[in-house]
Design a protein around this ligand. Structure first.
Ligand SMILES: [Zn+2]
Length: 244
């Protein structure tokens, strides 16, 4: 039995599937791995220094200028879901599965594809919120103003992306969902970023079947029952055929 057949079987047998998705899920929609923007700041400030709550608090205008550049704010919202996102939405809509998507991505594409249960563990580029009065603002507002301010109180608003130095608010529910599922599939994550990379280890300890679809090897390959080294879209199209 090939790994792909095995994974198709696991999906067939599972009622509740947790999916942990990373940057590799989005690259096929044309979205760059934002971390590679590091090069922009050679010498002075690292990615983690710039995309941080400290920098936002210290110099909100400087923060927003850099943030816009790194995350290509002008383009945000224009990307479309790919075959991988569509496959997960389809498992829910047409195969009767409960699919809990735990994503490291901030592009909103799982929502756009129609997945119902999405935990954006690193937040979202699709909006910004006032830390003072908590008024939410949408992407259009952020795109219209160089240094976006709260429409209610005038304070500079913070992007809904989880910044370095901020807690990852959804990490506990993510661990819970992953350890309660029948199957955990990691898609397009190199599992380099903690604490998210601990999720598959915990799931496996809890007796959950685990699968990894990624273009290259990871340091945590040993934590998976099934490993597929291939692109997400291609793999998901083939899985879709096997499940049809
Ligand atoms: Zn406000």
């Amino acid at each position: 039995m090939t790994a792909l057949d095995q994974l198709a079987d696991d999906i067939r047998n599972a009622h509740h599937i947790a999916v942990l998705s990373g940057a590799g899920m989005s690259t096929e929609s044309g979205i760059p791995d934002f971390r590679s923007a590091n090069g922009l700041f050679t010498g002075k400030r690292s990615f983690a220094d710039v995309v941080s709550i400290d920098y936002f608090m210290d110099d909100a205008a400087g923060f927003w200028a850099a943030f816009r550049e790194i995350f290509k704010i002008k383009l945000a919202g224009g990307y479309q879901p790919n075959a991988g996102h569509a496959f997960l939405a389809d498992l829910e809509k047409n195969h009767g599965k409960r699919v809990s998507v735990l994503t490291q991505n901030i592009d909103g594409l799982h929502h756009k594809a129609g997945s119902d249960e999405v935990l954006e563990m690193h937040g979202s580029l699709m909006g910004a919120t006032c830390l003072f009065c908590h008024t939410p603002h949408d992407l259009a507002w952020v795109q219209q103003h160089d240094v976006p301010r709260c429409r209610s109180c005038g304070m500079v608003i913070k992007p809904d992306v989880v910044l370095y130095g901020e807690a990852v608010p959804l990490i506990e529910p993510a661990f819970e969902l992953a350890t309660q599922a029948d199957l955990l599939i990691v898609m397009g994550s190199s599992l380099e970023v903690g604490p998210v990379n601990m999720i598959p280890l915990e799931a496996r300890r809890a007796g959950v079947q685990t699968a990894l679809i990624n273009l290259s090897e990871t340091r945590l390959d040993h934590a998976f029952d099934v490993r597929i080294e291939a692109g997400i879209g291609d793999t998901c199209r083939r899985l879709g055929d096997l499940l049809a």
